[in-house]
Design a protein around this ligand. Structure first.
Ligand code: SF4
Length: 77
């Protein structure tokens, strides 16, 4: 797949500049911080995403020219 954005920063369809695609792989975390931005905790789950969904999201990020992908794994503060 060719990158339609040769510049080092991706641009969304609405024109927003995107530098990083952050993927929350699971909601499971050993801690239960009251300030948690992801509402994670010991009862958290990976959600409904399957491998093909993650691959599709990554492909879409690449197509937008987003230069960096960060895989977030709650529970490792
Ligand atoms: S460690 Fe991070 S992911 Fe886990 S509950 Fe606290 S803020 Fe949420």
């Amino acid at each position: 797949m060719s990158n339609p954005h040769p510049d080092p920063v991706g641009t969304s369809h609405s024109g927003m500049i995107i530098s990083t695609l952050e993927l929350e792989l699971t909601g499971r975390c050993a801690l239960q911080c009251v300030h948690c931005y992801a509402d994670s905790g010991p009862a958290g789950t990976p959600g409904t995403m399957i491998n093909d969904d993650w691959i599709s999201v990554i492909d879409q990020g690449v197509a937008l020219g987003i230069p960096q992908i960060q895989f977030n794994d709650p529970g490792s503060p």
